[in-house]
Design a protein around this ligand. Structure first.
Ligand code: ZN
Length: 99
């Protein structure tokens, strides 16, 4: 049985795919939850392999997703998971799940 978030989750995944293709393009993304242009993202991963995960969220409504096991594009900003998490790097947000 599908819940209310399945459609929204797909839209978030689409944005995540666009970020992977063009990290600078996130500014142009429309939030699937509140339809404003406040989408932020942050990659976390291993600086050598550049494998990790991607957090995508909206700074206006604080909804978003986490995408695990992604290849981090060479030109994308990445936070090494060896380093302590800087305060305020990612806000607390509601994680939309596919089901
Ligand atoms: Zn939003």
């Amino acid at each position: 049985m599908k819940n209310d978030f399945s459609m929204e989750y797909k839209k978030w995944l689409h944005i995540a795919g666009n970020i992977a293709g063009c990290p600078q393009g996130a500014k142009m993304a429309v939030c699937p939850h509140c339809a404003t242009y406040h989408v932020g993202f942050q990659y976390f991963g291993d600086p050598d392999s550049r494998m990790g995960f991607l957090r995508v969220w909206c700074n206006n409504c604080l909804y978003g997703i986490v995408v695990s096991r992604v290849a981090i594009p060479p030109d994308a900003p990445m936070h090494s998971w060896r380093d302590p998490m800087p305060e305020g790097l990612v806000p607390e947000y509601f994680i939309v799940e596919p089901c």
